[in-house]
Design a protein around this ligand. Structure first.
Ligand code: ZN
Length: 279
């Protein structure tokens, strides 16, 4: 990130951003957390649990003449979004914390369950939960009706790429989630990492096109004789920083799972490490 990214920012009359203070290769300037609405705001996501985050949030809330957080809404269970929950609870002992509960045996505190379509009211704001699995099975976006804006968590990022982890992620579901967004009137995206995205639609369409292009490239690499995941990565991600190749392997694996399910790729029996061919 070359441009400075402020730790706190008032983005619009209704939306403020506080950084999780966890910059990195995969997190960009760090996780964005968002205060939404007036006086007693909703808080979307909690950062990674970096010790300086809660004091930063508290200081910003005071400086902006807001009162305590009304409710915490989580986009998904990954550590860089849910890691600050315990610190939030210390700051606001009674604040309800809500997420879509799915395959969640180890939640750090009891949480309110949210489902697709849940409407969450704040002061001067209405948020609607949109189940968008693919990056994670429990992933929710939140649609802010007053701004026709979407808080996208890790579904869409500003400036970094989204990983589809092969264990809990699903590339087919990820693409379906992106296509579902095209049915919503979205003008602006508040991503889980990186700057605000506006207009929204070209970015959503670009994300879909990017995945389909990768799929074509992977099929092309298989057709040219690449069989293992590292061989495919070496061809398809030739122009990508090698530091990102371990992550690219996860992406390729997710593509192969999807393609195998669709009957377009088959796994060679008994090969270890796994080898693939076009079907
Ligand atoms: Zn994530």
């Amino acid at each position: 990130m070359s441009a400075p990214f402020p730790e706190t920012a008032r983005l619009t009359e209704r939306v403020r951003r506080v950084l999780g203070l966890n910059p990195g290769l995969m997190t960009g300037p760090g996780t964005n957390t968002y205060l939404v609405g007036g006086r007693r705001p909703l808080l979307i996501d909690t950062g990674a649990g970096v010790a300086e985050y809660a004091p930063l949030l508290r200081g910003f809330i005071l400086a902006e003449r807001l009162r305590e957080v009304r409710r915490v809404l989580l986009t998904h269970r990954h550590r860089d979004h849910m890691g600050g929950v315990a610190d939030l609870r210390r700051l606001y002992p009674r604040v309800p914390i809500a997420k879509l509960i799915r395959n969640d045996p180890d939640l750090p505190v009891p949480m309110e369950p949210l489902e697709d379509g849940a409407v969450i009211g704040g002061e001067g704001v209405t948020l609607r939960a949109v189940h968008t699995p693919g990056h994670a099975s429990d992933h929710l976006c939140y649609y802010l009706e007053e701004e026709q804006a979407l808080f996208t968590g890790d579904l869409i990022l500003g400036g970094t790429t989204t990983v589809i982890p092969p264990d809990d992620g699903d590339l087919g579901e990820y693409l379906a989630s992106l296509r579902r967004l095209l049915d919503l009137p979205i003008r602006r995206i508040y991503p889980g990492h990186g700057p605000v995205i506006e207009p929204a639609r070209p970015t959503i369409e670009g994300y879909i096109a990017h995945r389909l292009e990768r799929e074509r490239q992977i099929l092309g690499a298989l057709g040219a004789g690449a069989e293992t995941i590292p061989e495919i990565v070496a061809r398809v991600y030739r122009d990508v920083d090698p530091q990102l190749h371990p992550v690219a392997r996860l992406s390729v694996q997710s593509h192969l799972i999807k393609l195998e399910r669709e009957g377009r790729v088959r796994r060679i029996e008994g090969a270890d490490p796994a080898r693939y061919r076009t079907a």
